[in-house]
Write a protein that binds this ligand. Sequence first.
Ligand code: ZN
Length: 402
Amino acid sequence: MGKPLMRIPYTDLLPPAVTIPHSASSVSGALAALHHFFRAPPPAGLPSPTVVLSGAGLSVASGLADYRGTKGTYRVNKTYRPIYYHEFLASHEARKRYWARSFLGWNSLHKAQPNAGHHAVRDLGRLGLVSSVITQNVDSFHSRAHPEIPTLELHGYLRSTACTSCHNEFPRDTFQAELARLNPVWTTFLRDALASGALDTEDPTEKRARGIRMNPDGDVDVPGAPYSTFRYPACPTCLTSPPRLADGTKAVVEVDHEGALSPASNAGILKPAVVMFGESISKTVKDAAEEAIDGAGRLLVLATSLATYSAWRLAKRAKDRGMPIAIVNIGGVRGESAFFADLDPQQSGARGVRVEMSTESLLPTLVEELRRSSGSRGVDAQPAAVRPIRHDDAVVFKDMLS
Ligand SMILES: [Zn+2]
C-alpha cells in the first residue's frame, strides 16, 4: 500500500528533447521508427498490445490550450495557477470564481471535437495494435473518438459534476443550465462574448486579443470580472437529505429562494468530476491504470511532458517491466533520458522511440503506413476488442505478421 497519489503541478524546467533513434529526426525516419516499434515482437514474456498514455498536447488541435510550453512553463497565461482542492472546499468565494470561469468556458469546450490524433488512436485500435488508453485529459475526447477502446481517465472528466459529500455525479450540461438560470447577468455577458466571437474562436491569439484567456480545464480568465456576484446550486441529493458530518451531526445544506447555495452550507458542494490539484487519485483509478500498463507490452506516450507524477510513474512502471516506450511530444519530457539510457544506439525503434513532432500530423500517416503493411501481410483490421489477446502469445503475434 503506497501513499495516496496526489495531483500536484510540476514547476521544474523540463530537459531538452532527444531524438531516438537518430534517424527519427525526419518525418520519414520517425514513421519508420514507429513502424518498427509496433511491428517488432515484444520483448520475451510481455504481451503484444500497446497501451497509450496521453496528455494535454493531444487536444491542442481541438482548440484547447496546452498547459505548458516547450520548456515546461505555462503556455497560455504565465501567471495561471489552477485552484487547489482544499481551496475549493474551504472557500465559497473561491468556488464562485471557479464556477464563473468554468461557466464561460463550457461552451467552447462542449463544442470542441476530437481531432486527427484521437482518430489515429482509434485506428490503431482497429488495427489491433492499441488495447487501451490512459489519459490525463479531462475533455472526454478519447471516449468520444473511440468508445470501443477502454479509456481510463486518470484525472477524471469535466462532463460531470460530483458532490464532495455524497459523491453522486450529475451531468455538467444540466449544471450549466442551472448556472445560467442563477446568473442572468453573466448569461448575458456570455451571450455577448459568444456573439462577438471571443469565446467562439479556436484561435488562442484571437481569444487573447478579445480579452479572454482559456485554460485546458475549460476555465476562462476574464480580467477584472466580478466573480463574487456568481451563484451556484447545491447537490440536489444532499439538499433533500443533508448528510451526517464526521462528528455525527447533521450537515447544513441551504439554498436561497432561487436555489443558489448559501455560504452557511457545510456540505452538498458540487465540484467538477476531475481530480483537482492537491486532490488524491482514487485507489480504483490508480489500480486500473497500473493494470492497463501491466496488460500491455509496449507504451506509446502521446503529447504529454509527463509532468504530473501520476503519469510519470506509469511510464516508469512500463520501463521497469521492460516495455519498449515510444514518446511523441513537442518539448521535453520529465526524466526522459532514463527511459532510453539502456538502449542500443543502433536499435531501429523496436525498443524505444523519441520524436518531437505533433501527434495530429504524424499519427494519421503512421496509421496509413501500418494499414498498408498489415494489408500486405494479410492481417485484417479487426477492432482490438474482438481479437482475442493472450498474454503469452508473443510468438503467435509474430507469426500473424510474418
Ligand atoms: Zn451530495
